[in-house]
Design a protein around this ligand. Sequence first.
Ligand code: FES
Length: 240
Amino acid sequence: MRRIKKHPILQSETRKRVNFFFNGRKLSAFEGEILSSALFANGIKIFGYHRKDDAPQGIFCANGQCAQCSVMVDGKVEKACITKVRPEMMVEQIRGEARCDMRQKLPALHFAEVEDLETDVLIIGAGPAGLSAATELGKLNVPAIVVDDKHKLGGKLVLQTHKFFGSVEDCYAGTRGIHIAERLAAEVKKYPSLEIWLNSVCLGIFSDKKAGILKEGKYCLVRPKAVVAVSYTHLTLPTN
Ligand code: FES
C-alpha cells in the first residue's frame, strides 16, 4: 500500500475498508475514498490509454476537468478523480474506444417529469469566484442556484494544502486553501436565498434561455434572469 501514513496537515485515515476490483484484481480502499487515490494507494498509475496513440493516461488535473483519468466503472465511463469508491465496484482500464455496457438497461426519459424552475441567478461553478458571487447575492437576499459537478464546495481550493500569500483582507493570506474552501462554504450556507446543487452538471444554456442541468443524475431545466459562469469548459451557450 502506497499510502501517506503521516502528513503535517491531513489526518490519517480511520475509515472502514471496502473491496473493489480493477481489471479483475481485488483491491482495498477506504469507504467513500476517491477512486484515483485508491488506485494510487494500490500502486496503479495508468488508468487507461489514449484512443488515438495508445499513450498511457492517468491523473492529470485531479479535479474533474480534463478526463485523463477516465475508467470504466460498472459499465459506464467515469472520471476516477471525482468518483467515490463503492463496495464491490468493477473498474476497468479504457483502451481504444470506450464502449458503455449496453446490457445495462437505461431508464426511459419522460419529458413530463423534467423539473422546470426559475431563479434570479444561476451560478455555474462553486470555486472561490462562484462562492464569493453567491455570498454577495445572499447578502442582498437575491434567489440564486449554485451548481457544481463535485461533491464538495470550494473548487480547486479543496486540493490546496499550502498557505496563501498576498493580502489577508483580499485573499486570506496565511490560510491554507482547504480551510479557505471551508470558510467560503460556511458563508454561503448562511443565506436562505441560495440553493446549492452539488454533484450537478450544467450541460448547456439553450436559445430559450433555459439551462439544462443534470442534478444528481436527474435532468432539470432552470430559467435564470442572469448567469454567472465561472466554470464552463464544456458548456454549450446560445449564439444569440
Ligand atoms: S485527472 Fe483530470 S478529470 Fe480526473
